[in-house]
Design a protein around this ligand. Sequence first.
Ligand SMILES: [Zn+2]
Ligand SMILES: [Zn+2]
Length: 404
Amino acid sequence: MNESSLPVLLFALLVLTSGLPAAIDPYPTFGDRRIRFPDVPGYCTLKCDFHIHTIFSDGKVWPNMRVEEAVREGLDAIAITDHLEWNPHRADVPFPDQNRSYDIAVKAVEGRPLIVVRGAEITRRMPPEKDEPGHLNALFLQDANKLKQEDAFEVLKEARRQGAFVTWNHPSWLRQTPDGIARVTPLHKRLLDDNLIQGIEVANSNEYSTESLQIALDRNLAILGCSDIHAPIEWIYPGEESSHRPITFVFAKEKTEASLKEALLARRTAVWWKNSLIGRHDNLLPLLHASIAVKSEGYEWETSTFSFLPKTTVLNVRLTNSTDANFILCNVSGYRMHNQTGTFILPAHGNIPLQFNLLQKLPRVSLKFEVLNALIAPDKHAIIEFSVDAQPDNPTAVKKDRLP
Ligand SMILES: [Zn+2]
Ligand SMILES: [Zn+2]
């Protein structure tokens, strides 16, 4: 036996002793990394990351790894957005075609439940250093090579000719905006007035910009949250609680690239960043209502078999959360709570019993909660309201035969 035959023999022994595996997964998964949020009435909630780098710009991984990472997280769509003007690996990985990273990714995605969008990051300086628009992603491109032009305005006009959706990236990036305040410069105003920009990142990797959210609302831009990932995703987001990449939810009629683009153009988006949801009121409210269910479990002791217990005006309800978010809720119903101070956490994929003292026995009650981790404008939280039938669905199932 020579040295080179040893690995073959060891593999044969492994197969003989353990049985041949049905399929060998070249990318074993460590834990369940799927991001889970529900669809909303009339739309699929597509989980997307529209800002991703590979070795074909300054990223650290090959494009097919970006597909594997996204599939593990249950994402519905990603965009590969390598820099057009910054390719530090070019000496080692020469490539004549700026579409190459997308082409590799789209081949890797064949037969997988993931949409890969052709994109590119237009990588320019910002005022006062130079009168250029900073970084912008052009999504749904047909040919990224045609964007390699000197004049930034001409680049954006070419993006428009290709039907691209253009986003303003990290407007508060400290490298280009040392005070961290996103501002509409005169150049950005021209671009916005010409409808050459349609979306804006309010969250990028570890940064959130309240001014970017205000710009999105003022200029009717799609609200985006993106990873801008360069390293392997699990290095930055190891998958512990609340450790996930920034996600843009796109509320699309169906899971197709055309539907995705239509929804972006219609501004039907929201962002899932750290433990916060960010979006327009009209987009966020349906998601919150699809995510949180409220059910009555009847008035305290109402169905008890212990006849000596008094009938009370304290209504038991149970809140259930079908998402990865830990909702931070504040009771603004106007009714006092009996088992909470008024602010509490509804855990991800969990439920919580609440007691409201209505001071009278109402057949139906309106319960309102301010969602402290759901932003609909700078420093403004979403408020969700539920009309709850006080009669429990199944009174016998919630009967409390326990002594107080
Ligand atoms: Zn950038
Ligand atoms: Zn980037």
